[in-house]
Design a protein around this ligand. Structure first.
Ligand code: FES
Length: 110
């Protein structure tokens, strides 16, 4: 496995407590900048009915899906009770002012 880092912009491009949709390698990812400055990235697709999490309301480490308000933990992607499910999370690195998503590339057909 190889980790590929893909630049998705600079810190100023990500408003605090808001989500932003980015496309990386054909995948739509929701990127959030939390109050404490941390950046989190999850798949931009709610496990309930595919709602765009990037348009949800951010509260602490959580985002509420804009469609039916599933509460998703932005650290581990887990949907909070009483609902259930999980979204994929992506590691993020900030180098200087540049924000990068880390993707794991798996070799196919080896
Ligand atoms: S689509 Fe997200 S809660 Fe229904």
């Amino acid at each position: 496995m190889k980790v590929k880092k893909v630049s998705i912009g600079h810190m100023k491009d990500f408003p605090v407590q808001a989500g932003k949709k980015v496309h990386v390698n054909g995948v739509e990812i929701a990127v959030f900048r939390l109050l404490n400055g941390d950046i989190r990235a999850v798949e931009n697709r709610c496990p309930h009915r595919g709602g765009p999490l990037s348009e949800g309301m951010v509260s602490g480490d959580f985002v509420f899906c804009p469609l039916h308000e599933y509460k998703v933990d932005l650290c581990d992607g887990q949907v909070q009770e009483p609902d259930a499910g999980c979204v994929r999370t992506y590691p993020v690195e900030v180098e200087g002012d540049e924000v990068k998503i880390c993707l794991v590339e798996e070799k196919v057909g080896v």
